[in-house]
Ligand binder design. Structure first.
Ligand code: ADP
Ligand code: MG
Length: 556
């Protein structure tokens, strides 16, 4: 709403208004009239492209401004209420933007930008949007000076390339065995979240989890399962060895736990078969009725017997959509055979379960043999906590996953803790892919700004102007960090600039002490990849916004 309003107050002409709101219902005749009018206009009107461009920029900048206050360790959180009344409290840029109902097409590009950064690096999702907003501001000023958009766009591209080179040269290599350094990176990422006071606990959990599931240079975060359980506090958060399933035992097999478990994961159903098509069988004879029941018993008994013969005593059953994966009769027989049943294992969890247990799902009864089962010391239902825990899993392919159990006093905290932990996991993953660090706290941005303006002096003409504008735009990160921390942004940024000019490359904003100090001493470090992709992606989006000169809506 406010976005649209702010956008409205800036729209200079009617034709523009139509192109955005073409999907609002109007009566047909006036519709066709305005369409032809605006068509003619679009050829004659030399003003229109620049108006469209400026309205795009204003809309996108409004988005960026709205999340600026969330940047950094002293950044604020947002409380977002969705249409169905759900409330989210978050500090994560990608989440805030995803939940905001942005309607303007250019503003949507910033939402996508944040999403892209989330995929590329996982952290820095606020930073990237703030930088993009500032670059848009810069390009608007350049446009006012009369520079051509294509010219600005090209210059920004080479400036971003220069930034990447400078960043690479600033990077500090990190050894993946140095868990302390990794923990520092994870803590920096957690610093700016609600869970910041728990970062001494959460950071090592994140580091160990990623290092455990890491396979050479590849980390699949799907191998780390975060389970949220209401109750307790974040201090009770822990890694759980083995496998945790959010189900309970489906049958009463005479005990509460199974020791020396032999576990089978099946994808077929233990219930009477059905035909593919819907059909009816009418039974009119009592003896036939009897026979159907007998056959059903025999059919299910046969399955259960074979399972027992293979030595299975815990059965995991995949959720079935076509028919009941398990009927009451089967549950009864399985309980008699002392086989514990856990039903409704979600389809998307199957891969995770397999990696944890080191087994393969069994797709038909013929394959249900002793060597298809996996072994574990203990399968038990945790009293009160409504989940089943499998521990002491043995086998060569087993234990390739990590379970992290987050406890919290309310749902909002739990969800934000999960998002924060996700960011921390992502930054460690970044380091596995590219083991290089840089200092944080606005120091890389100031250094880039300085070096870029030095570079601009060696250039002539319009490129020099654009480089300088790009350099100034990058200062938005330290500026905002200072602003959010309650410092005087102008004096802080000028002090930073001066220190960097004297060669103190790693000086940044120390929010804890409220002054400018060396960020490496303060242990504020972040992966190179986060800053690198933030600058590259932001400039890419700004360049594409610059190049748009018309909005054509096909919605009538
Ligand atoms: P994002 O969603 O972009 O990651 P954050 O709110 O996490 O946004 O803020 C990240 C910024 O905060 C980075 O520029 C980082 O260098 C800075 N930062 C994080 N911790 C500190 C700290 N302790 N002191 C100063 N700056 C910090
Ligand atoms: Mg962050």
């Amino acid at each position: 709403q406010t976005l649209l309003q702010s956008y409205h107050s800036f729209t200079p002409s009617d034709s523009l208004d139509q192109s955005i709101h073409a999907n609002t219902p109007r009566d047909k005749t006036s519709d066709t009239m305005t369409a032809t009018q605006s068509n003619e206009k679009s050829f004659k009107d030399k003003e229109k492209p620049s108006q469209i461009r400026s309205s795009n920029m204003i809309a996108a900048k409004a988005v960026s401004d709205s999340i600026r206050t969330s940047l950094g360790p002293k950044g604020m959180d947002k409380m977002i209420q969705s249409a169905n009344g759900d409330v989210t409290i978050t500090n994560d840029g990608a989440t805030i933007l995803k939940q905001m109902q942005v309607t303007h097409p250019a503003a949507k590009m910033l939402v996508e930008l944040s999403k892209a950064q989330d995929i590329e690096a996982g952290d820095g999702t606020t930073t990237v949007v703030v930088i993009a907003g500032s670059l848009l501001d810069a390009s608007q000023k350049l446009l006012l000076k009369g520079l051509h958009p294509t010219r600005i766009s090209d210059a920004f591209q080479s400036a971003a390339k220069a930034c990447a080179d400078i960043l690479e040269s600033m990077a500090i290599p990190v050894d993946m065995k140095d868990t302390e350094a990794l923990t520092r990176v994870a803590s920096t990422s957690l610093n700016s979240k609600v869970v910041t006071q728990h970062s001494p606990l959460l950071a090592p959990i994140a580091v160990n989890a990623v290092l455990k599931v890491r396979d050479q240079n590849y980390v699949d975060l799907r191998d780390i399962k975060i389970i949220k359980k209401l109750g307790g506090t974040l201090d009770d958060t822990a890694t759980i060895d083995g496998l945790v399933l959010p189900q309970r035992f489906a049958n009463d097999f005479g005990a509460k736990k199974v020791e020396k478990a032999r576990i089978g994961l099946i994808q077929f159903c233990v219930s009477p078969p059905k035909t593919d098509m819907d059909n009816q069988v009418i039974v009119s004879d009592y003896t036939q009725m009897d026979r159907i029941l007998r056959e059903e018993r025999a059919y299910i008994l046969n399955i259960v017997k074979q399972m027992k013969k293979a030595g299975c005593n815990v059965l995991l059953i995949q959720k079935s959509i076509l028919r009941d994966a398990l009927n009451d009769l089967a549950l009864h027989f399985l309980a008699k055979a002392k086989i514990a049943v856990i039903r409704d294992v979600e389809r998307e969890d199957i891969e995770f379960v397999c990696k944890s247990l080191g087994c393969r799902p069994i797709a038909s009864l013929d394959h249900f043999t002793a060597d298809a089962l996996s072994s574990a010391e203990l399968v038990e239902e945790i009293p009160g906590a409504k989940f089943v825990k499998i521990s002491g899993i043995t086998g060569p392919a087993a234990n390739k996953t990590v379970n992290i159990l987050i406890r919290g006093s309310n749902k909002l905290i739990l969800e934000e803790a999960e998002r924060s932990l996700h960011d921390a996991l992502c930054v460690i993953r970044c380091l596995v892919l590219k083991p290089a660090l840089i200092a944080g706290g606005g120091s890389p941005e100031i250094e880039l700004s300085l070096r870029l303006s030095e570079l601009s002096r060696s250039l002539v003409g319009l490129d020099a102007v654009c480089y300088r504008a790009f350099a100034e735009a990058l200062e938005v990160v330290p500026f905002t960090l200072a602003e959010n921390a309650g410092l005087n942004p102008i004096s802080t940024v000028t002090e930073l600039r001066q220190k960097h000019a004297n060669g103190e490359k790693n000086t940044g904003i120390n929010v804890r002490l409220g002054m400018v100090t060396n960020m490496l001493d303060e242990n504020v470090v972040q992966p190179l990849q986060v800053t690198l992709s933030a600058i590259t992606l932001a400039s890419e989006t700004v360049r594409s916004i610059l190049k748009i000169d018309d909005i054509i809506s096909t919605v009538r």
